[in-house]
Design a protein around this ligand. Sequence first.
Ligand SMILES: C[C@@H](N)C(=O)N[C@H](C)C(=O)O
Ligand code: ZN
Length: 206
Amino acid sequence: GPMPEDFVEMNQALPDAIYDIRYYTDNNFVGEPVEGYLEPKCILQQQAAKALQEVATKASEQGLKLKIFDCYRPQRSVAHFMRWAQDLSDIHTKADYYPNLPKDKLVGEYIAERSGHSRGATVDLTLARQDSEGNWQELDMASPFDMFDPLSNTANPTISAEQAANRQLLKELMESAGFSNYAMEWWHYSLVPQPYPDTYFDFPVK
Ligand SMILES: C[C@@H](N)C(=O)N[C@H](C)C(=O)O
Ligand SMILES: [Zn+2]
């Protein structure tokens, strides 16, 4: 079906954020563009969209931008993840994305079969700050987006004080707008309550 009327294209509604929609590209844990991503767009249900605009405004007061990796995720994209997960012979992205975990341990903890992303009010993101040359650089969160590893657990006790403070800054900004973090992944936030708690949408990202 088409995009529901209460979903919003964030690239238009929040043009100041940095969009790096990785599942549109081959720069992701699957290693190829993911089914369902026809354009590199961030789409969110409107309550989540509004909340994220609030976050961006607060972040900008501290000289920070939001860098967004994924938003609404079609169910067919999740199905693509599941096909990838079941093919245990394909480990060509292991060194970059799950160096310390066997591939058969990823689904459930780090990749969901029924994902909040498909309900339209979940976002994967980080914060960026301008360096002395004016380029926006991601804050050091100790692990990159989609590194499926205990190092990415938000409260991992082995990261540096600065890395922990950066995760905490993102968490406080997001929580103050009504989002809740997934403790396994420092980048994953869902609006609470979920506007569509039981609906897994499948319209393509375009
Ligand atoms: C795959 C990763 N970016 C993610 O979003 N994981 C959670 C658990 C999900 O799939 O909903
Ligand atoms: Zn996520």
